[in-house]
Design a protein. Sequence first.
Lengths: 115, 110
Amino acid sequence: GAVVSQHPSWVICKSGTSVKIECRSLDFQATTMFWYRQFPKQSLMLMATSNEGSKATYEQGVEKDKFLINHASLTLSTLTVTSAHPEDSSFYICSASEGGWYGYTFGSGTRLTVV
Amino acid sequence: SQQGEEDPQALSIQEGENATMNCSYKTSINNLQWYRQNSGRGLVHLILIRSNEREKHSGRLRVTLDTSKKSSSLLITASRAADTASYFCATDSGNTPLVFGKGTRLSVIA
């Protein structure tokens, strides 16, 4: 079955630094990848949609200059949290789609803690 | 934007009992899916039901969909302590991102 690998699983960083999270589709080509954020005891909120080779589409209220998304290949998308602050501490989850409902394979998530 | 609303937000039952969770949504959908998430972990896909389907079964899971009421229910029969998790419904309208509900936190007490 389709597998999406997300790395790292958890990261602790200092306030003001940047953190990169990778999302890889291991056995399929992901034309579209989605990035979600989940605060404790809350649901997943879509941050952005990225299509391979083009700029990401950000949801309202998500700062594109702070959350840089790169989808340079059909198997890799990265989310970089720039100048991280404690309020950015959250669980970030990626999802990859190869089109149609067969997509939506989720990564295992990244727990980001900014201290 | 968040579309689904799960009900109840939290549910605590004894092992062996059935657990029913409901989900309502606002706009037309192509598919509705249910996911499970253990605390601090990733999502596990449970079941998908298409807009032209009314009921689906998978093991101890039973999902219903009422498009006229824009609602779905997830029934877990003969619950086990290992079923303790958060359950989310998610909808899509074709090639769109999944939109998640707020989730139901299920606690199954042994």
